[in-house]
Ligand binder design. Structure first.
Ligand code: SF4
Length: 314
């Protein structure tokens, strides 16, 4: 890859960001590592507008990492209400407990150390290092991958990618981070991926990278329909009122039910009717399977005695 292409890319993205950056609450508050971690975990699998609503509320309840580490699981899961994927709430609390126990409440800045902690994979480690500590560590999510692959390779790359390609991409992203600008560049790429280089129908005609983007010539000659057709992944789930509903939705309903009805006993069929609009007796096994999985993940607990189920938080 030519150094001049990399420079052109970073400079133009940063100039674009200086004018168009989004006003997000976790940016306005400086770069307190705890707050960065909370926002990053929330932003995994939840849309920005929903995170904006919940972020301040959550930090109002748990303003410090020590406070989150000490809180009851029940309170943390309750505070997570509305964000979905409740396991993240527990992972965040486990992370807080580990940081308090092992690092006296100071979040490490080294990605390799971060990755030993609960809930932190390659992306989250890079994002904490770059957003909280401004370290030149790539945080490669789908948006960032899409922008780099389009610009540098002229390809609209989805997942999965071969290991070798992942490595090459990592090196490329790292080399594109200007000195002391890791935080800005990552923020810029997040906004650019959400506002310009969109997954479907990117706004190539108004893009500041257009002149050297490897993807632009393709975009200019082919029809969008041809370029951006994607196979939809069908999530595991069951039919409800004639529509396919992912298990993730039912899991969310179960946790929501327990939030409001801890210690209430009811028959499995009554419980089933609350969780699924057209629940039938033959779906008991499926329903109990979901509950069992939530129990294994530490989100809920329950006892089943003579057909009556009683829930509690762990
Ligand atoms: S020209 Fe189009 S594909 Fe290339 S970076 Fe800009 S928006 Fe993305």
């Amino acid at each position: 890859m030519m150094r001049s292409d990399i420079l052109y890319f970073s400079e133009n993205i940063l100039n674009w960001y200086a004018v168009h950056k989004r006003d997000l609450p976790w940016r306005a508050e400086g770069c307190d590592p705890y707050r960065v971690v909370v926002s990053e975990i929330m932003l995994q699998q939840t849309q920005v507008p929903r995170v904006i609503e919940k972020y301040t509320e959550f930090l109002g309840k748990f303003p410090t990492i020590e406070g989150l580490a000490r809180a009851s699981r029940e309170d943390v899961i309750r505070a997570w209400c509305g964000l979905g994927y409740n396991r993240r709430a527990l992972m965040l609390q486990n992370f807080a407990q580990e940081v308090v126990q092992l690092y006296e409440g100071k979040i490490p800045d080294n990605p390799k150390v971060l990755m030993i902690l609960s809930g932190v994979g390659t992306y989250t480690a890079g994002s904490i290092a770059s957003f909280a500590f401004n370290k030149p560590e790539p945080a490669i999510d789908v948006n960032l991958r899409r922008i780099y692959m389009r610009f540098f390779y002229g390809r609209d790359q989805g997942l999965p990618m071969a290991k070798e390609e992942e490595k090459k991409l990592y090196v490329l992203v790292k080399s594109s981070i200007p000195v002391d600008k890791s935080r800005d560049l990552h923020n810029a790429l997040m906004d650019f991926g959400s506002l310009i280089c969109l997954r479907e129908k990117p706004l190539c005609r108004e893009c500041v990278l257009q002149k050297q983007c490897g993807f632009f010539p393709l975009y200019a000659v082919k029809k969008e329909k041809v370029l951006f057709v994607r196979e939809k992944r069908v999530e595991k789930g069951v039919r409800e009122k004639g529509k396919h509903v992912p298990n993730r939705i039912f899991r969310g309903r179960i946790v929501e039910f327990v939030r409001k009805n801890a210690s209430r006993s009811l028959s499995i069929d009554d419980f089933g009717m609350i969780i699924k609009k057209d629940f039938k007796g033959e779906e008991r096994e499926w329903l109990l399977g979901l509950c069992e999985k939530l129990r294994k993940e530490g989100l809920i607990d329950f006892v089943l005695v003579r057909g009556l189920i009683t829930f509690t938080f762990r």
